[in-house]
Write a protein that binds this ligand. Structure first.
Ligand code: NAD
Length: 489
């Protein structure tokens, strides 16, 4: 089985092992066996990374030299494109991505998103002339400038590691911040390769640092509590997001949170090719491990049986079309880890106990191999008060809920603690748009439109977090605003 290169730390411009030389095994989700080693950072390593990022922000011209940043970050993104095959292999081996999913969201989305951010950089308003004003007898000429916030701690998850790393790191660097990236312990290599790329393209030392660690919390807690870190940009679970807010309160840190989701796919009764719309709505891409994936399908009560029959057919034919490491057609592999495997299976059991009907899957898929394979699973007869309808499962599990009319669909859609993504399908664009406008979510697709892409803002409302990544807004997240007034001469 494929082994990956060692994941090293990258601190103050040096690629190196941890201070005490300790490493941890990276586990391949396809086999449940080690596929590489990663440096296990010590507290001293984290301390050094924070100090290096602080120095690079305070003592170099990184924060004010727009041309240098644009030139070097362009090289950084270009070098990622040049190493696309290697990045794809890492996504497959380390994050358990099937090839069909790796080439799309995992890698192409991340790399194209990096290019989009470079274009967005040109649209950022760095300075505005606010004109002359006489206030309290003082005549002043005023400008407003937007300047980088400082040192960013970027804490990222394992599901689409390159995509999330790029969304935070490229945007923060373009804004003029310096960055410490802390990838999830499951996907350290996707972080460490970004350190190698930074080194190759000559990012000034300390501007970008990478910390890998077996302990999921140690480095993140240090970053969150340290006064020298100005911003935490976090993607992951709601429970850790809340802890980060609490830990960051002491230093009044700027906190951006991209948390979970339980997004809806509302298929109206007039949707063209109604049955195909339903069939396309299986939650199987990357084994359902996408935060904005529509895992709650809402279908009209009048066509509910038809929807369920269509889903039985699509899940039935999909059952032989997933789970092969080398098959380019496959978009679904294992879930990431033993922990996630147990968690998803537990949710499937909860759904059964709650009285929902399993119409596809419903358990482990041992026949696919020794890795963390779970059958693509679909529940019918689900009500929106069931835990499987309310909580994020983060696995290949779809729930199908009936609604009575448009108002009922909107009510059900918004009756959830999460509010990240959503989709509406209808022959009537105006009707679908009315619904899209009222769904609580940061990104909504109408009739299959692509609402998640590198030049559009992405993020959630309510329990799905705060702040926006990607797009001009994603760079502006890392800027603060200053007014300067010149006494008129
Ligand atoms: P997590 O929230 O525990 O981990 C995400 C990141 O936070 C990792 O880098 C982790 O090391 C770090 N972290 C953990 N504890 C921390 C702390 N106390 N302080 C600072 N950083 C800390 O997520 P997980 O365990 O990998 O997955 C659990 C659930 O999170 C999933 O089942 C899923 O529901 C959700 N999730 C959501 C997304 C998303 O994109 N929204 C991504 C991954 C996971």
């Amino acid at each position: 089985m494929t082994m990956l290169a060692d994941a090293n730390l990258y601190i103050d411009g040096v690629i190196r092992p941890s201070a005490n030389g300790n490493t941890f095994d990276v586990i391949n989700p396809w086999t449940a066996k080690p596929c590489g080693k990663a440096a296990d950072a010590t507290e001293a390593d984290v301390e050094e990374a924070i100090a290096a990022a602080r120095r690079a922000f305070d003592e170099t011209d990184w924060s004010v030299n727009h041309d240098l940043r644009y030139e070097l970050v362009t090289k950084f993104v270009d070098e990622m494109f040049a190493r696309k095959d290697e990045l794809t292999l890492i996504a497959r081996v380390e994050a358990g991505s099937a090839i069909g999913a790796a080439s799309r969201a995992q890698i192409d989305g991340a790399l194209n998103g990096g290019r989009d951010l470079l274009e967005c950089f040109k649209k950022v308003t760095w300075e505005e002339d606010r004109g002359r004003k006489n206030d309290m007898g003082i005549e002043s000429d005023r400008i407003v400038i937007h300047q980088p916030l400082g040192v960013v701690g970027a804490i990222t998850p394992w599901n689409v590691p390159l995509y999330v790393n790029v969304g935070k790191v490229v945007a923060a660097l373009l804004a003029g911040c310096t960055v410490i990236l802390k990838p999830a312990p499951d996907t350290p290599r996707m972080g460490s390769i970004m350190g190698e790329i930074a080194d190759k393209v000559g990012l000034p030392k300390g501007v970008f640092n990478v910390i890998t660690s077996a302990d999921p919390a140690m480095a993140g807690e240090m970053l969150t509590k340290d006064k020298r870190v100005d911003v935490i940009s976090f993607t992951g679970s709601t429970v850790v997001g809340k802890r980060i807010m609490a830990n960051g309160a002491e230093s009044l840190k700027r906190i951006f949170l991209e948390l979970g989701g339980k997004s809806v796919n509302i298929i109206l009764e007039d949707a063209p090719d109604f049955q195909i719309c339903c069939m396309m709505g299986m939650a199987v891409f990357h084994a359902g491990q996408g935060c904005a994936m529509p895992t709650r399908m809402l279908v009209p009560r009048s066509r509910y049986d038809e929807a369920i029959e269509a889903l039985k057919i699509s899940y039935g034919s999909f059952s032989q079309k997933w789970g092969e490491f080398d098959n380019p057609e496959h978009i679904m592999g294992p879930v990431i880890s033993q922990k996630q495997y147990e968690r998803v299976l537990e949710y499937i059991e909860i759904g059964k106990k709650e009285g929902a009907e399993v119409i596809a899957g419903g358990g482990p898929a041992k026949e696919k191999g020794d890795g963390y394979f779970i059958q693509p699973t679909c529940f019918a007869n689900v009500t929106n008060d069931m835990r499987i309808a309310r909580e994020e499962i983060f696995g290949p599990v779809l729930v199908v809920i009936p609604f009575d009319d448009d108002e009922d669909a909107i009510r059900i859609a918004n009756d959830n603690d999460y509010a990240l993504g959503g989709a509406v399908m209808s022959a009537d664009k105006e009707r679908a748009t009315k619904i899209a406008r009222r769904i609580n979510a940061g990104a909504v697709s109408v009739n299959g439109g692509m609402s998640i892409t590198g030049d559009l803002p992405f993020g959630g409302f309510k329990g799905s977090g705060m702040g926006r990544e990607w797009g001009v807004e994603g760079i502006e997240e890392f800027l603060d605003t200053k007014a300067i007034a010149f006494k008129a001469e």
